[in-house]
Design a protein around this ligand. Sequence first.
Ligand code: ADP
Ligand code: MG
Length: 569
Amino acid sequence: MPTETFEFQVEAQRLLQMMIHSIYSNKDVFLRELVSNSSDALDKLRLAKLRDDTLDADVSDLHIEIEADPEARTLTVRDNGIGMSHDEVVGLIGTIANSGTAAFLKELQEAREAQDSAATEGLIGQFGVGFYATFMVADEVVLLTRRAGEGHGTRWTSKGESTYTVETVEDAPQGTAVTLKLKPADDEDRLYDYTSPWKIREIVKRYSDFITWPIRMVNRSAGAEGEKEEAAAPETLNSMKALWARSREDVGEDEYHELYKHISHDWNDPLETIRLQAEGTFEYQALLFIPAHAPHDLFMQGYKRGVQLYVKRVFIMDDCEALMPPYLRFVKGVVDAADLSLNVSREILQQDRQIQLMHRRLAKKVLSTIKEMMTAEPEKYAVLWREFGRVLKEGLIGDTENRDTLLAISSFATTHDPEQPTTLASYVERMKEGQEFVYYATGESRQALENSPHMEAFRARGVEVLLLTDPVDEVWVDAVPSFEGKELRSIAKGEVELGTEEEKKEAETAREQRQEEYAGLLEWLKGELAEQVKDVRLSSRLTSSPACVVSDTHDATPALENLYRAMGQ
Ligand code: ADP
Ligand code: MG
């Protein structure tokens, strides 16, 4: 078979260039990425064999092996996992599948041009570059792989420039081996000698200790000069214990964070770690994480939501949607159930009663954690709300069971304070005497809302108004009737009645009088505008503008009308 040469996808090329020019200061993470991929490949093979025991693959000693050759300056990470077919190698390694990539790379480029290295690293961290991280330390990378069940293998080679080559090899061992030709070491770089057993041990321990497969270091040139080359017994570098099964006191925060990075492909620490251990008839353990940043594709179609599902330590699937409501799609983590069949499929899961119970319990646990965070760690909560508030508010629409908690943990921009968002509870505390409703305004921006004529009467009377500018706000305000018995009211709908009972009565009498006075004008206007409006009336809501358009209490707002129109309804 001839060697084929392919071009990297444009985005991939750009990312590779950045890797080669080392924009990320912590180069050690390349090894974590390789080990992480190998671990996934072993999980996948075990599962494939469980589902089909006729699969031609040996699963008796699944493991990861790291081998360094200091003389040749190569480092190899090998696994006997699922491997990749020729097409998978081309599809998975030559392209970046993440749909947020284009936007992300633009942002990254801008940060680099501004020579803002902190911002650059932060962005790279949010994205996680996976396999390409190898090009931070290697001049050339060779990947040899054979897909379980296939007869021949594939060799992929690249120097990280614009192309890579692929060739078919007749006999390749099961799984995948990635060999790095390390960049030349200079004196300064002594610390970064990735062929040193000491260094390898340290990196694996630090980043990959929780990996549940053995990570072995082989040192084939262990014998002294002149002695016959003899393989020293491989040394297992990791403790292999599933973190969620260990007791809380035994696990350091750092270890949780590394597990988070492994399952989320995020290079940053999570904002919050949540543990849950359910005992009794239906036993399961969960380790959930709230990321510190919203991913770029959170609002895109095809966003992969859900946590990883394990059954008795055996990996079953990524992105198990059945375990987490859509509005908690940013939550990452692992759920390990004791009593599920290893053969569960996504379709079955949706129907499974135990899964439904877990789903309920997990959602409640995440929400209660956020609620505690609000008082215990307000700064952390502020970050959470900034990153995920828009998604959480989607829960107000459908999840009536958790609506009260969701309302309690929500924050909104308000006329009360231009800097600080408010909770509904604080709004209610500040309500004026005689004020019955929680007032809000929906629209495109804070500025537009503040300049709206609807706001005048509220401003004049010092009545606080919530300023809702996310598209989802239009929808949930219609679904949520009230908060703690206080009805939510749009300032742009129906009659506004501000002030005390007495004031209202006075205003009403005054208005009736004026209504008579101006009857002629109103009739005339109504006639002129018959096509455009339902009614013309005198208003108490304006102080300086001469007129404004309002909707009936039950009509859709103009923004919502636009939304529906855009959706073709
Ligand atoms: P990610 O792990 O975030 O998907 P990577 O760049 O690390 O991104 O890897 C890209 C893909 O290549 C993986 O999703 C996987 O399908 C495939 N892959 C990488 N390494 C291996 C491996 N050792 N065995 C099998 N497949 C692999
Ligand atoms: Mg990876």
